[in-house]
Write a protein that binds this ligand. Structure first.
Ligand code: NCD
Ligand code: ZN
Length: 356
């Protein structure tokens, strides 16, 4: 394979752009690297009306650099306030509804304990073709007891997801951030273009739990779903390598202020957008499947969401680099990306970079 690759400008099927100063700091980073992105709604307060999504979109667009045509695609949070009428109202402007299991991750306190409880909304979504984006973990069981967080995705895949798909056979579903062999096995069997798709983060391709505890606890790679065993990571890599039309990149770039990552209760979320395209490329190169990169990064996501792939291109070159500094907000808050040499794992050279 050559040392240069040109692909259509990528599509991020899962990004957290936050609000305020964080939004102003991270939106240009995503806009430089991605033509378009599915923007997650777990802000505070959560985005659960079409009107709030429109306001949020305006705030994002105001932070996009002049001359950049980045398009944020908006989603709604499946809170208990979200009604079937709101789903109907969102057709054409809202690209998906995100489900967070109550308590499982950052700002998940407005979610249902189980997605299966949201019957009327799901029925309407199925009827109008609105995609359901799943944080596919069981956090609390039916007695409201916490499950083992290493097991939450497997429980969701084996118990909840089959019931969901049986009950709503025409519902369009995206299983976000696959992290386990269970998720990969399920998608290999049941994934279907336009119907049941899944995303993969750079974090779950790069790391397993050995790195999460390498020399001590590593806040920068602490996210939900947790990074798992090396065997799980291998399975995630396997499915990426297959080049299936229903698997795409979703960075799950989820910045948190330095004080929330390096604290007594480390926030869930890895800030990946500054390195994600390069890391995906590096791993596809390692796996010998650079020919599958463009579909994964730039084609499969847009196809599921019914938008055109970008007409712009980016070129990546095989050349080592390192990321050393945090992104600093205009309020002076540090946001540390994964792979940085200061808080990383100590061997953070990335082998591909975006050509200027
Ligand atoms: C995300 C965040 O910080 O908003 N965190 C994470 O660990 N992935 C929320 C999410 O997608 O679960
Ligand atoms: Zn996320």
């Amino acid at each position: 394979m050559s040392d240069t690759i040109t692909i259509k400008k990528p599509f991020d099927a899962h990004v957290h752009l936050r609000r305020g100063a964080m939004l102003r700091a991270v939106t240009p980073i995503t806009a430089e690297r991605f033509a378009s992105a599915i923007v997650m709604p777990n802000t505070e307060p959560p985005i659960d009306t079409v009107e709030m999504a429109a306001e949020y979109k305006k705030e994002i667009l105001a932070a996009v650099p002049v001359g950049n045509s980045f398009e944020p695609l908006m989603t709604l949070y499946l809170t208990k306030n979200l009604t079937p009428a709101e789903i109907e109202k969102g057709v054409g402007n809202i690209h998906g509804v995100k489900s967070y299991p109550y308590g499982a991750t950052t700002n998940s306190q407005w979610g249902y304990r189980s997605i299966l409880e949201a019957k009327d909304v799901l029925k309407k979504m199925e009827e109008v073709g609105m995609p359901l984006l799943l944080h596919g973990e069981v956090h609390l069981n039916e007695h409201n007891e916490e499950e083992d967080p290493y097991d939450g995705e497997r429980l969701f895949i084996t118990d909840i997801l089959p019931r969901l798909l049986d009950a709503y056979p025409r519902l369009k579903v995206s299983l976000e951030h696959m992290s386990s062999a269970s998720a990969v096995d399920f998608m290999e069997k049941n994934g279907k273009e336009g119907q049941l798709v899944a995303t993969i983060t750079p974090t779950h391709l790069l790391y397993d739990r050995r790195q999460a505890f390498s020399g001590g606890y590593r806040p920068l790679i602490h996210m939900k779903p947790l990074v798992k065993t090396s065997a799980d990571r291998e399975r995630v890599r396997d499915i990426a390598k297959k080049g299936l039309p229903f698997i795409s990149a979703g960075t799950d770039s989820a910045p948190h202020p330095e004080g929330k990552k390096f604290s007594s209760c480390c926030a869930f979320g890895t800030f990946t957008s500054p390195v994600a395209v390069e890391v995906y490329t590096q791993i596809f190169d390692e796996l010998g499947c650079l020919d599958k990169l463009e579909n994964f990064l730039s084609i499969n996501g847009p196809r599921f969401y019914g938008v055109e792939p970008s007409k712009e291109t980016i070129t990546l070159v095989k050349k080592d680099w390192q990321t050393t500094d945090p992104v600093v907000t205009d309020e002076g808050v540090n946001l540390w990306p994964i792979c940085n040499t200061v808080h990383g794992l100590g061997n953070e050279t990335i082998h591909w970079q975006i050509a200027k």
